[in-house]
Design a protein around this ligand. Structure first.
Ligand SMILES: Cc1ncc(COP(=O)(O)O)c(C=O)c1O
Length: 479
C-alpha cells in the first residue's frame, strides 16, 4: 500500500523497518508525560484551561515536535487527580499498571465483540467477572460483562430485569396491560433515569423512595410505594438499592430492602458502582451484607479500585438470564467457542479490552494492596468527619459510611438564604489559596462541600490545609 503521504512513524512497521524512529517517538512522548506526572504536585488540582489546541484537520502531517508541544499543553491544562489536594470527585489517579495496560490494549487493538477478535481477553473477562461476582457472593452461576461506565452497566441490568419480568425482548412494550415501574431511593444516581428513558419506560416510571437523615432508603416507604403502584394498576418489576450514593456515599439497608423485594417477587439490582470496592476490605466488607442476594450488581473499578477510566461491569447472579433475556446473535461471528461472544450479550458491540488494566491492577496490588488503600481512606475520613463535627460553623450532610464526607459551612452570622453563595466562595477560596479541590454538589436543595478521599497521596497535612483554609475563610468573612 502506498503510504508516502504518511509520516515515517505513522504505524509501527510489523517488519521492524522503522524501529528506531518509533523508539525515539515513544520515548519522547513517555519521557515528557512522566516528567509532567512526576511534577503533578506543582500544578493546581484543577488547572485553568489556558490553551486548547486547534480542532481543525491539517492537510499534511504535522511535525512530531509540534505534536509533543500540544500534548504538553493538553496535560498541563487537564484535571489533575494525581494532586493530593484533588479530593472533589470520584475520579482518581490511576494505578501505574492500568495506564500501561491501556497502552498494551490499544497497541494490540483487539475487540471484545467476539471470541475470535479477542481470544485471550474474552476468556480473561469471563474468568475475572466470575471471580468478582463470587467476591460479591452472588452464587455459583454468577458472572458478568464489562461496560464503559456505570451508566451503561445500570442500563444493562435494568434491560435484562425488564425483559425477564415482561417477556418483551421480541415484542416490545406496546402490548403490555399496565405501566412497568421501578423503585430507587430519592438520592439514587441519575443514570437510572436515563436507563428508564432509554428502555421506553420514561423517567416517570421510577418512583423515588424517601430516604432517612443519612440518605438510606426507608424500607417501609419502599413497601408502601410498591403497594400503592400495585393498587394503581401499575406493574412493579425492579428495585434498585444503592451501595454508595454519589453525593454522600451512604448505603441502602440491603437485607431489609431484599425482604421487601422478596415479598413482592421483584428483581433486586444493587448499584454498587462506588461502594462495591468494599469487597476488598476485611474490616469494612460487612457494610455490603445483603448484596449477595441481588439479582444484578453494578460495580465500577474505575473509581475506588484505581483502574484507569473506563472500567465498569454488570454482574448477574444467574448468567443464563443474559442468554435468555438479552442476547442478540451475530450471524457473522463464529459461534462454536466454549465461551460466548461477549458482544452478543452486552449493550456495546465493539469494545476495547478494558479487562487487561483491571486484571493487571488486581495482580499488581493484590487484595492486600487494595484493602490497605480502602482502609487508609477510612482513617482519613474519620479525621475529617470529627473535625467537621467539632466545629460549630460546619454541618455534616450525613454520617459517612464510605470515604466521602459531605458538609457545609453554616455559621450563625450567615442567613440561610446566603449559605449557598458562602459555600461557593469557600470552595473557590480552597482551590485558589490552599490548592484543595472539593466539589460543590446540590443535595436536598442546597449546596454542600464534598470530599472524596481517593488519592493515595492525600495525607493528614492535606487535611490540615483544608481546615486551615476553612477557618481562615470563615474568619475573614465574618461580619
Ligand atoms: C452510584 C453511581 N451509579 C452510577 C454511576 C454512573 O457511573 P458512570 O459515570 O461511570 O457512568 C455513578 C457515577 O458516579 C454513581 O456514583
Amino acid at each position: 500500500m502506498n503510504r508516502s503521504n504518511s509520516p515515517e512513524t505513522g504505524f509501527i512497521d510489523p517488519s521492524g523497518a522503522n524501529a528506531d524512529a518509533i523508539q525515539d517517538l515513544t520515548e519522547d512522548v513517555l519521557n515528557q508525560l512522566l516528567e509532567q506526572l512526576e511534577t503533578a504536585n506543582d500544578r493546581s488540582p484543577l488547572p485553568d484551561v489556558s490553551t486548547v489546541p486547534t480542532g481543525t484537520i491539517p492537510d499534511s502531517p504535522r511535525s512530531e515536535t509540534d505534536l509533543l508541544n500540544d500534548l504538553e499543553t493538553i496535560v498541563a491544562g487537564s484535571m489533575n487527580p494525581a494532586h493530593p489536594g484533588y479530593i472533589g470527585h470520584m475520579d482518581t489517579m490511576p494505578t501505574t499498571v492500568s495506564v500501561l495496560g491501556d497502552l498494551v490494549a490499544s497497541a494490540v487493538n483487539n475487540n471484545m465483540l467476539s471470541v475470535e477478535m479477542s481470544p485471550i481477553f474474552s476468556e480473561l473477562e469471563v474468568q475475572l467477572t466470575e471471580t468478582i461476582a463470587s467476591e460479591f457472593g452472588l452464587g455459583p452461576n454468577a458472572g458478568g460483562i464489562l461496560a464503559s461506565g456505570g451508566s451503561l452497566a445500570n442500563l444493562h441490568a435494568l434491560s435484562v430485569a425488564r425483559n425477564q419480568a415482561f417477556d418483551v425482548h421480541d415484542s416490545g412494550l406496546a402490548g403490555l396491560e399496565g405501566e412497568p415501574v421501578l423503585f430507587a431511593s430519592d438520592v439514587a444516581h441519575t443514570s437510572l433515569q436515563k436507563a428508564a428513558m432509554l428502555l421506553g419506560l420514561g423517567t416517570d416510571a421510577i418512583t423515588a423512595v424517601e430516604t432517612d437523615a443519612n440518605s438510606r432508603m426507608k424500607p417501609s416507604e419502599l413497601n408502601q410505594a410498591i403497594e400503592q403502584a400495585e393498587r394503581d394498576g401499575r406493574m412493579p418489576f425492579c428495585v434498585v438499592a444503592t451501595a454508595g450514593t454519589t453525593t454522600t456515599g451512604n448505603i441502602d439497608p440491603l437485607p431489609a430492602v431484599r425482604d421487601v423485594v422478596d415479598d413482592h417477587d421483584l428483581w433486586l439490582h444493587v448499584d454498587a458502582a462506588y461502594g462495591g470496592a468494599l469487597i476488598f476490605s476485611e474490616p469494612e466488607r460487612d457494610r455490603l451484607d445483603g448484596v449477595e442476594e441481588a439479582n444484578s450488581v453494578t460495580f465500577n473499578p474505575q473509581k475506588w479500585c484505581y483502574v484507569a477510566k473506563t472500567c465498569a461491569m454488570t454482574l448477574f447472579a444467574d448468567l443464563d438470564v443474559l442468554q435468555e433475556d438479552f442476547r442478540i446473535g451475530a450471524p457473522y461471528m463464529r459461534g462454536d467457542d466454549a465461551i460466548p461472544n461477549l458482544g452478543e450479550l452486552s449493550i456495546q458491540g465493539t469494545r476495547r479490552a478494558a479487562v487487561l488494566k483491571l486484571w493487571l491492577t488486581f495482580q499488581h496490588l493484590g487484595r492486600e494492596g487494595l484493602g490497605q488503600l480502602i482502609d487508609e481512606s477510612y482513617r482519613l475520613t474519620a479525621v475529617i468527619r470529627d473535625r467537621v463535627a467539632n466545629r460549630d460553623a460546619l454541618e455534616l450532610a450525613s454520617e459517612p459510611e464510605l470515604n466521602i464526607v459531605c458538609f457545609r459551612a453554616t455559621p450563625d452570622w450567615c442567613l440561610p438564604a446566603e449559605r449557598d453563595a458562602l459555600n461557593g466562595r469557600l470552595q473557590r477560596h480552597l482551590l485558589s489559596k490552599q490548592d484543595i479541590f472539593v466539589s460543590l454538589p446540590t443535595y436536598r436543595d442546597t449546596r454542600w462541600l464534598r470530599v472524596v478521599l481517593l488519592n493515595p497521596f492525600t495525607d493528614k497535612m492535606t487535611l490540615d490545609r483544608l481546615f486551615d483554609g476553612i477557618d481562615l475563610f470563615l474568619e475573614a468573612e465574618r461580619p
